[in-house]
Design a protein around this ligand. Sequence first.
Ligand SMILES: C[S@@+](CC[C@H](N)C(=O)[O-])C[C@H]1O[C@@H](n2cnc3c(N)ncnc32)[C@H](O)[C@@H]1O
Length: 245
Amino acid sequence: MPNAPARYDDDLAYVHAVGFSGLVTGAMPAVLDLLRADATPVRRVYDVGCGSGVSTRALVDAGYEVVALEPSPSLAAMARAAVPSAKVIEATVYGVELDPCDAILAIGEPLTYHERDADPRQRVEAFFPAAARALRPGGHLIFDLIETGTPSLTARGWAAGDDWAVLTATTEDVERARLERRIEIFREVNGAYRRSRETHEVALFDAEWVVAALAAVGFDTTTARSYGAHPLALRRRAFFARRQA
Ligand SMILES: C[S@@+](CC[C@H](N)C(=O)[O-])C[C@H]1O[C@@H](n2cnc3c(N)ncnc32)[C@H](O)[C@@H]1O
């Protein structure tokens, strides 16, 4: 992606790992239960947008062979260090050919990230058949997205830990079905706070459109506002799709 703005550079990658791993940590027990309940044993799993490797670690510990895809060099390096036995590829899911597998996970909204000039629906609509080709019959595609709708997600917020703080200004563009997140990051390094800035643009999806796009390429899908007992944030939806036999 030439000229793509940096996302999850060193400091935001660190902040994400230490301050924002709650969703994936909460989601993994339900995801693992689903994979274990499959009558056909699950062996090979793709972990798309693996971040710092929390889900990758859980999958490897559960005995699966894991290929993790992570476009942020900083997060990919953290995932590699955290889970040396996983294959962590520094790549976007739209830039690789998926090998045969039993499950594909994309937890924590990886499929919402797009370049400003990309068409997110086209991207995702092209990803679903690629996932269907890679998955065996009955294979799992599990991911979450942010939905279009109400209430508005336009907001300002902040979060902080012992050695970091972030300020976030989120603006929802209803017409374009996008969120722009402007993030100011402060991280303590050698006794002083280093300041950096990132802007992320993410796409919003209509859940019925997503389910229909999945059905069109041979997936049966259920959706939920939680991963098992772990609730999702406002206007987030989890999709549990299985490739038809
Ligand atoms: C909110 S973070 C979630 C990370 C991790 N899954 C978790 O839940 O902690 C979103 C992740 O998706 C990754 N991502 C963004 N676009 C992606 C793409 N096209 N393919 C794969 N990963 C992507 C980001 O680099 C980031 O690591």
